[in-house]
Design a protein around this ligand. Structure first.
Ligand code: SF4
Length: 333
């Protein structure tokens, strides 16, 4: 079953302050305020096209703190979306919000309007990192809100960041383990990127913040992918979406339009090295067997993985083989 959604952006709506890294107008490429008419236009065509498929089909509100939006405006958005949640066109509404803007009353209201999944910006398990990034909530808020969300029968999604101001790779690994303990259904991982119009832009200019490089962020995020994959948690996003306004707003940091593929390729390279070393430690020719979807990730961006293996004494081909799992690599001699 595929998971598809119509993404609607409410940039910074409901946010009590601006987190140091965030500029939703660049991230989403949207500046105008979303209206009920916009919702109608965006979802009606998609709903008709998708009607009756087996896919999970959602209307998604992203880019702000949905449950902290002025109540009348929030209800206007939900009332516009709700008629489409009829099981035929759409199966539910997905929202993203802040961990300190969830309580039993709002959960009951969301349920009434067909919201089925709630994503929280958890970002870090460290209160000092959260404070330095002007998040305005604590790590305990994430724990409490996650429990509320699950108790009220919503699908829980958690979002985390890497390379935040004041954080370390160890913090990020610990954040991932804390997230696993909360048992979300989905996770999104966003490496911190310096965008125009953010406080992080100033911190970078004064040398108080040093963004991660791609070379630092990729192995770290590959480790995070392994943690979540090993725990059966679906990572539904890794890295900022390309398009929108990210390219225009980008100043520094680990942004790449194919960031996820680069991380997947890193895992495949590591697994291939291990499998080759176990099978032919002296080097030689081999065929690497992976899943159908894993062929391009095993091969690597611009065939980089195969070039690296060749430089290490292994001349490899890659082919899809049945019965394998994601990230599994076996060697055929
Ligand atoms: S990260 Fe979330 S809470 Fe912070 S400013 Fe951006 S949308 Fe608002």
């Amino acid at each position: 079953m595929k998971h598809i959604n119509v993404a609607l952006f409410v940039p910074h709506e409901g946010c009590p302050q601006q987190c140091v890294f965030c500029n939703q107008r660049h991230i989403s490429g949207k500046t105008a305020r979303l209206s009920a008419k916009n919702i109608d236009e965006a979802v009606s065509a998609a709903g008709d096209a998708w009607a009756g498929t087996d896919d999970k089909r959602e209307i998604a509100f992203f880019g702000g703190s949905f449950t902290a939006i002025d109540r009348d405006y929030m209800l206007e958005l939900l009332q516009a979306a709700h008629p489409y949640i009829d099981g035929k066109r759409f199966t539910g509404i997905r929202i993203s919000t802040r961990p300190d803007a969830i309580d039993p009353e709002i959960c009951r209201l969301l349920k009434q309007y067909g919201v089925t999944a709630i994503e929280l910006g958890a970002q870090s398990r460290s209160d000092s990192v959260l404070a330095m990034n002007r998040r305005g909530h604590t790590a305990q808020d994430v724990v409490d809100a996650s429990a509320f969300i699950k108790t009220h029968g919503f699908e829980l999604g958690l979002q985390m960041m890497t390379g935040m101001y004041g954080s370390s790779p160890e913090d990020c690994l610990l954040t991932a383990r804390k997230i696993v303990a909360l048992k979300p259904k989905t996770v999104r991982i966003y490496p911190t990127v310096v965008l125009r119009g953010t406080h992080l832009e100033q911190l970078t200019a004064t040398g108080e913040y040093h963004p991660q490089t791609l070379e630092e962020a990729i192995p770290l995020c590959a480790e995070l992918l392994k943690i979540f994959f090993g725990s059966g948690i679906d990572v539904i996003r890794l890295g900022l979406h390309s398009g929108g306004g990210v390219e225009e707003g980008y100043l520094a940091g680990p942004y790449h339009p194919a960031f996820r593929e680069l991380c997947d390729a890193t895992i495949y390279l590591e697994r291939a090295r291990q499998a080759l070393h176990d099978s032919i430690p002296e080097g030689g020719q081999a065929t690497l067997c992976v899943t159908q979807n894993g062929v391009s990730q095993m091969t690597g961006h611009k065939r980089e993985n195969l070039a690296i293996l060749e430089s290490e004494g292994y001349r490899c081909k890659v082919r899809p083989c049945p019965g394998l799992k994601k990230y599994q690599v076996t060697v055929m001699l």
